[in-house]
Design a protein around this ligand. Structure first.
Ligand SMILES: [Zn+2]
Ligand SMILES: [Zn+2]
Length: 329
């Protein structure tokens, strides 16, 4: 089969590799589409993935074309989306229900071959069957949506909140859609890219600006979400949390990024600073939300490239062009 391969740091190509074979409790998925995200860039830069070469791609969906010997839950021809999480189920975090913090954390497309290929293997336990009305080519959006659902699990209640989101890229926009669904009183969006802000406005945000000071809310916001990973945005956002409010670190920073906190203010104003990491018990619900139409795929997927153009798709993503870029084998 054809597959994208990260051969070495900074080196990605599309080549022919052996077809994957399923274990007894695995299925083979014929990939319909596979999304690119910041994690793929980290892998290309030599972070996250312990061993290269690797077939990247952790955001994918497709059709079941092969079944392991002990799979009875799915049939050939089913359309499925795949939760890439591979938790060990043995460490103390897994055993306390926090598999996304697994000491032996692994994921399809990060530590084992992923969906940027014609076929991918996944445990049947990781597959969610999709209802027929969904175009499976859009279902690559379910994985990033499941990370956004996890973010709102951490926030634990948004009803009536004034929300501020830094970053109007794919993830910021997904957080916007969920903020609306979880009962935010208002959702203000920030981005220095006017085109991205325009999309946030199209999706119905309350205010849209390049900088928070333009939004005139001196008391701050009940919920401030960073969806950039950018040090400047994070530092600004920490100072915009209202009394009793919460700052959620949702964007992925470089390892070396730091920010300054004000311990007196955190104490005196009872401010919570928290984070959310990847997917935890949220994939199935993201698939249900997706099936209910929470995301307009024509807005969220800006580019569809053939698998053969995976390196060009990475370049386009690195250039910050568009929103979600998917490759289709
Ligand atoms: Zn991702
Ligand atoms: Zn574990």
């Amino acid at each position: 089969m054809r597959a994208a391969i990260v051969e070495a740091v900074g080196k990605v190509s599309v080549t022919t590799v052996p077809d994957p074979t399923p274990g007894p409790r695995d299925v083979v998925v014929k990939v319909a589409s596979c999304g690119l995200c910041g994690t793929d860039l980290h892998i290309l830069q030599g972070e996250f993935a312990p061993t290269l070469p690797i077939v990247p791609g952790h955001e994918f969906a497709g059709e079941v074309v092969g079944l392991g010997a002990d799979v009875t839950e799915l049939s050939v021809g089913d359309q499925v989306a795949v939760d890439p999480s591979l938790h060990c189920h043995e460490c103390r975090y897994c055993r306390s229900g926090r598999g996304n913090l697994c000491d032996n954390w692994a994921a399809i497309g990060v530590t084992v071959p992923g969906g940027a290929a014609e076929y991918a293997v996944a445990p049947v336990a990781n597959c969610v069957r999709l209802p027929e009305h969904i175009d499976v080519r859009d279902a690559a959006l379910i994985e990033p949506l499941s990370c956004a659902v996890r973010g709102y699990d951490v926030l634990n209640g948004n009803l009536g909140a004034q929300v501020l989101i830094y970053g109007s890229g794919t993830m910021g926009l997904m957080m916007l859609e969920l903020a609306k669904r979880t009962g935010a009183a208002s959702v203000d969006m920030l981005d220095i890219n006017a085109q991205r802000l325009a999309t946030a406005t199209t999706l119905g945000c309350t205010g849209a600006a390049a900088r928070a000071e333009e939004l005139d809310r001196p008391g701050g916001w009940d919920v401030v979400i960073d969806a950039t990973g950018n040090a400047g945005a994070i530092q600004d956002g920490l100072g915009r949390v209202a009394k009793g409010g919460t700052f959620l670190q949702f964007g992925v920073s470089d390892y070396a990024t730091t920010a300054v906190i004000e311990p007196y203010r955190i104490y005196n104003q009872e401010i919570t600073i928290t984070g959310s990491m990847a997917v935890l018990h949220s994939y199935e619900r993201a698939a249900a939300l997706f099936a209910s139409g929470v995301l307009d795929a024509s807005v969220f997927i800006s580019d569809r490239l053939p698998l053969e153009q995976y390196p060009q798709a990475i370049e386009r993503f690195q250039a910050g062009i568009g929103r979600k870029i998917v490759v289709e084998p």
